[in-house]
Design a binder for this molecule. Sequence first.
Ligand code: SF4
Ligand code: SF4
Length: 378
Amino acid sequence: MDLKDLKDWLYRCPKCNSCKYLYKDYNKSCPSGEKFRWETYWGSGRVWMAYALKNGELEWSDSIIKAIFACPTCGNCAEQCEQEIKDHLIDIFEALRAEAVKSGYGPMPEQKMYAQFAAEKHNPYNEKHEERTSWMPNPITMKDNAEILYFVGCTSSYREKEIANATLEILKKLNLDFTVSKDEWCCGSPLLRTGQIEDVKNLIEHNIELFKKMGIKKIITSCAGCFRTLNKDYTDLKDLGIEIQHISDFLLEKLKDADLKEMGVKVTYHDPCHIGRHSGIFDTPRDLIKSIPGVDLVEMKRIRENAWCCGAGGGVKSAFKDWAVEIAIERIKEAEETGASILLSSCPFCHRNLNDAIKKSGSKMKMIDIVELLQEQI
Ligand code: SF4
Ligand code: SF4
């Protein structure tokens, strides 16, 4: 969405400040505002900046660019806001980033590299495209025409490979007509979230052509970012009759009558922003966890709509490396307070950043994805 499409919303924030704290207990909501402590780093300040830049009352500068991009777009401000503008806040933040890119001032240098790598190698990690499926220890036969496509995503393909492997093993155990494609390209999430709209078009066109060619009816993802992007930003998919499901929704359906093995363990669950606040998936991951006999799910203080972000999204993990881990350390401490020994999530990007935080803080918490937990119990 362009900033000009949102112009009627840019003066609709009365600066009531409700977005700065959780409505339920006045706990902290915004990692960005809490860190930098200037109005421009809170949700309300971002709207104000957008208004002033749009109306020529403010000029681009390095400090403005930093404020625009220092936000994991977690959406907690939108959740706490009680005015009509709440449904447009994330669109305004992303349109502001796109405007910064269009004007030649953004994104942050580290984020600019995603576009170059995605164009050359179809992933933002600068890894070889030919090695996209090398995460599989026992390669499956990739069918040309299965009904279900497991869209693996770049982070699970090249970094958090155990999540891709666990998902694959579960799908194999369920004996489903599914496939994985070596022609999958980055879904475009890192570019869309950092305003690099022009650079994402090729990726989206390629993936849609691939889905059409393969005759896919359903796409499942184990990545919260891929899910959000395919579900909300690939607007053509629904017209093509292709259903998108996050693995937690998919497995809850498939495993409803399964006899899962028992395990005695206390766990807690971190809601990834992209399936949680951005997509409304809060219950199914919890129901899946609770479906394993002997698993005791204990909740953190800030959960579901009010969850503290892991800090990795919106390009923060690459452009503000230390701060991203700082945000995650706060989440790890909250997880430790529950007395759980395992922290679960359902997103490779959360997995990565929370694991970095565990290492940096010397925590004894074990970070695993729900699919890794389930793989052993099916
Ligand atoms: S999206 Fe998250 S980090 Fe960004 S302004 Fe809103 S609450 Fe703060
Ligand atoms: S964004 Fe919403 S909650 Fe925040 S100051 Fe504006 S109207 Fe109030």
